[in-house]
Design a protein around this ligand. Sequence first.
Ligand code: SF4
Length: 430
Amino acid sequence: MSTVAFPIPVKAAGGCSDAPVLRERGQHEVFCGLTGIIWLHRKIQDAFFLVVGSRTCAHLIQSAAGVMIFAEPRFATAIIDERDLAGLADANTELDRVVGQLLARRPEIKLLFLVGSCPSEVIKLDLSRAASRLSAQHSPAVRVLNYSGSGIETTFTQGEDACLASMVPELPAQAADAEQELMVVGTLADVVEDQFIRLFTQMGIERVRFFPPRRAADQAPVGPNTRLLLAQPFLADTARALQARGAQLLSAPFPLGIEGTTAWLQAAATAFGVPAQRLESAVSAPTARATAALARAKLHLDGKSIFFFPDSQLEIPLARFLSRELGMRLLEVGTPYLHRQHMAQELALLPEGTFLSEGQHVENQLDRCRAAHPDIVVCGLGLANPLESEGMTTKWAIELVFTPIQGFDQAGDLAELFTRPLVRRMRLAA
Ligand code: SF4
């Protein structure tokens, strides 16, 4: 395993910065943006997500969140059907009534999201007007925002992007003489967030905010002295909205694996004038732990081939980690959208010649996957079972979003998400 050099020569690598990308359009197999509620409701602990949708939406959200049935959930579906829209005014009155009941019963709710969906009945409802009306009615105790989790032409991680983007206009403006502050953008598990807070403190960066916050009232001011560090690669609209408020985006790879995490921290270190030795001393112990954990996983993964279907938008950072730190061979790296600016440093680190595809024509891609005979396939739930029945080993992309995988201390767990299905398949074959 190679050690990390300071500073990390990301830009010098070249890699796939200018590599051709196969762009495909056609049938695609992904979950919709409602899925994001599953991890967002755990993160913002006094928020509630009210899906305005159909019975299908209610089923999706219930089955995706099946593990939550023992707790009092902080999401629900207001089911709208054609009959409700006989008069739109009635639908709005009904929505106001449901929200009123909910807030009366659950006084701990401080932020309510009305989440739109794609059935035609729901599209006719103006949820942004409903949110303003309800916000005026229930403020200051509760703020009401809205965003769309619709499944038309989107992929499931865009639900988080839409949710966070809806929160940006609410953030207070930074004072003109405010000190430079770091804002880490993207939902991270609390345990990961706490680890990063410790690392930033050791580096001497004390003014750090996380967005989304754990509590709705904890609204970070935003302005020209905000430096943004993206923790997730699927936040194009949120980043754009924060940049429009004057915040400056730091260019960095994503904090997956030792190399990605170190370079991500280094981007903050450079922006905040942290000396190289201080960064090195902060990361040396967690790097050593991660190196040991990855050495074990590498025994199983080195030389194995992997094929990514486009799904979570984490594909490119994952491919970079698996190829550079674990020796895996990348057969195809598919991504739903390629944001060249946010992915610039990731692309530079990918091995030259990596086959990149954007968008999906699922039949064509399945043909390429079968012809390539990968050792493991990363794909959505809808493709995993058919591919398993054809003898392939798969990893559900959605699991990579639900699991804490960022940072040094999760690098081993992230690698294990790929070793486990391979080891299981080997046992079955033995
Ligand atoms: S939002 Fe659309 S895609 Fe998602 S569950 Fe509802 S009907 Fe299905």
